[in-house]
Ligand binder design. Structure first.
Ligand code: AMP
Ligand code: ZN
Length: 118
């Protein structure tokens, strides 16, 4: 599994900085966003360092499919039982801040203000 020394999400994967994990398996972890924009705000990341959706290709299809397929279960488990938004910010124009691929799950009882991640 590739990782990057100075990547904040790789540090979460390695347990070097704390996170409120809500799911983990051999390929993926999910944890609560540190600055939630809605009552439910979960990040789903690959354990392997992939910098951005701008960097993926078809060799990543299985992993990406697995991450997306986890979303509804994670969303409902966190209380987003009436739908949610899924956002992937990618690259400069996408205003991606953390350069490790992540899916935002945004929902909860009053998510309508969360039109965008920021
Ligand atoms: P993006 O703009 O898509 O790259 O968003 C990065 C997200 O990561 C933001 O919503 C941040 O609040 C979140 N974030 C940054 N550092 C941490 C951290 N240590 N633990 C949890 N979430 C974080
Ligand atoms: Zn990383």
């Amino acid at each position: 599994m590739s990782s990057q020394d100075d990547c904040i999400f790789c540090k979460i994967v390695r347990g070097e900085i704390p996170a409120k994990k809500v799911f983990e398996d051999e390929d993926v972890i999910a944890f609560l966003d540190i600055k939630p924009v809605a009552p439910v705000h979960v990040l789903v990341i690959p354990k392997k360092h992939i910098a951005s959706l701008t960097q993926v290709d078809k060799t990543d299809a299985l992993l990406l499919g697995k991450m997306l397929a986890l979303v509804p279960t994670l969303a409902v488990a966190q209380g987003a039982d009436d739908g949610f938004r899924v956002i992937i910010n990618a690259g400069r124009v996408g205003q991606q801040e953390v350069p490790h691929l992540h899916i935002h799950i945004i929902g909860g009882p009053h998510p309508l203000g969360a039109m965008l991640v920021r």
